[in-house]
Design a protein around this ligand. Structure first.
Ligand code: FES
Length: 106
């Protein structure tokens, strides 16, 4: 079990207790957090689960792999901290992770 905080675009913080091995997207969808659409269900094929990793967590989360980077080209307002949340798997190393939901998805 790890802590995950998803900050909605309106600033609302959603503090979740999540199972390690689940993705950030799965937890956002399960809790119906606004702004995460996840149309492809986690297949890295839609870019509608885009989030910004909090600055304090970018090193721990790491960089996207090539396929994810290609999909990010379709996301709205991509920044250096952008990731697809279906590609971020929770683990003890990410206990306390904070991500921010963008203004809108692609
Ligand atoms: S859910 Fe489609 S790319 Fe993440």
């Amino acid at each position: 079990m790890s802590k995950l905080t998803i900050v909605a675009f309106d600033g609302t913080r959603h503090d979740l207790d999540v199972q390690d091995g689940t993705t950030v997207m799965e937890n956002a969808v399960r809790k119906a957090i606004p702004g995460i659409e996840a149309e492809c269900g986690g297949a890295c094929a839609c870019a509608t689960c885009h989030v910004y990793v909090d600055d304090a967590w970018t090193a721990a989360v790491g960089a996207p792999e090539a396929m994810e980077e290609d999909m990010l080209d379709f996301a709205f307002d991509v920044r250096p901290t952008s990731r697809l949340s279906c590609q971020i798997k929770m683990s003890p190393a990410l206990d306390g992770l904070v991500v921010h939901v963008p203004e809108r998805q692609a």
